[in-house]
Design a protein around this ligand. Structure first.
Ligand code: COI
Length: 355
């Protein structure tokens, strides 16, 4: 899109929350970024407006058939006061592949990145200061055409909103209890599991509510075909350490290609650790636990960064991992990633982009 970005700033800035009181995704900044798409015009009218409700026709395709994609990334205020985005290009690339899977016209990557830096630049005072807090960035594309036939829409809305956040789980970086579900699945081979699209999250709610009622924080999904291979944990990628091997399921289309997953794999390979992207069955995990070789389990995601798993429960059998405490590798990964995000450690791969 070559059009200049129109900027309409708010005349009524909102009071900012206290860093220590931030939860996840409840508070939004003063502005949002928008752009429209029509078949004849392509993407047009990029603009920044005061944050507020958007008007949609009740027949808008997204409301009926969930033709939508989103992504989630963060901006951090470093120990040096600089504001940095973490791997924004990787998130923009993922948005493009999610868009293709949902038949949504992708945004030009340079434009998508520009929309992020423009909006974060305008609302930079909203980037919180306290360690562990950040500005969560949520780019979204929805099908806006008013049409009830089932086919890709001819018009779309792109919007980008920002939310100052604290820890994703109220308990912070603490080991969580996870229920392994075999009654429900999140994704199937050939389905949409590899795309960041609304429907995947709607599909996850029922099992996740059941798990919460049973006293667990989240679920561990098994593959949709055999209900045997581990897939994702809650909304995160999963990694397990068995002896000296770290295993995570491969990107075969059913799991989300996580940016934190990629960052963790990269770091562990650089540290000379034995990392395998391979299928791993829940039976192998259970057996490793019985033999005392299941050393650590953790989830990786943008929202929580690294989330240690302290307990897995499968078919009534409880597996306590590392005595229910954060394992040394889990902690090392968390510290390494957070160190780069807050500008405390060098960034040899150039993962951060200053705003
Ligand atoms: C993540 O960043 O880990 C997520 O996918 C969670 C998000 C959907 C709130």
């Amino acid at each position: 899109m070559s059009e200049a970005i129109r900027i309409n700033k708010t005349t009524a800035p909102k009071p900012k929350p206290k860093d220590a009181e931030l939860g996840f995704g409840q508070i939004f900044t003063d502005h949002m970024f928008l752009a429209d798409f029509q078949e004849e015009k392509g993407w047009y009218d990029p603009r920044v407006e005061p944050y507020g409700p958007i008007a949609l026709d009740p027949a808008a395709a997204v409301l009926h058939y969930a033709q939508s994609i989103f992504d989630g990334l963060k901006a951090f205020r470093g120990v040096d006061g600089k504001v940095r985005l973490f791997r924004p290009q990787k998130h923009v690339e993922r948005m493009q592949s999610s868009a293709r899977r949902l038949c949504i016209p992708p945004l030009d990557p340079a434009f998508a990145l520009q929309s992020i830096t423009t909006l974060v630049g305008i609302d930079r005072d909203w980037v919180p200061r306290m360690m562990g807090t950040s500005l969560y960035i949520r780019p979204t594309i929805i099908a806006s055409e008013a049409f009830l036939g089932v086919r890709p829409a001819k018009s779309y809305l792109y919007f980008l909103i920002l939310s100052p956040v604290g820890a994703y789980y109220p308990e912070g970086m603490a080991p969580v209890k996870i229920l392994v579900v075999d009654k429900f699945v999140r994704a199937v081979d050939g389905g949409m599991g590899g795309a960041k699209t609304a429907g995947n999250y709607a599909a996850s709610l029922y099992a996740s509510e059941e798990a919460k009622h049973a006293g667990f924080t989240q679920v561990l999904w098994l593959d949709g075909v055999h209900r045997k291979y581990i897939d994702e944990v809650g909304t995160m990628n999963i990694m397990v350490k068995i002896g000296d091997e770290i295993v995570t399921p491969p990107l075969t289309g059913t799991i989300l290609p996580g940016v934190t997953r990629d960052s963790a794999l990269h770091l562990m390979r650089r540290w000379g650790l034995r990392v395998s992207e391979r299928q791993i069955s829940i039976d192998e995990v259970t057996e490793a636990h019985q033999r005392g070789r299941l050393e650590e389990v953790w989830g990786t995601g943008t929202a929580a960064v690294i989330s240690p798993v302290g307990e897995l429960s499968y078919q009534g059998q409880r597996m306590i991992i590392n005595g229910g405490k954060i394992g040394p590798l889990t902690q090392r990964l968390y510290d390494a990633i957070v160190g780069i995000q807050y500008g405390q450690s060098p960034d040899p791969e150039g993962w951060t982009v200053e705003v």
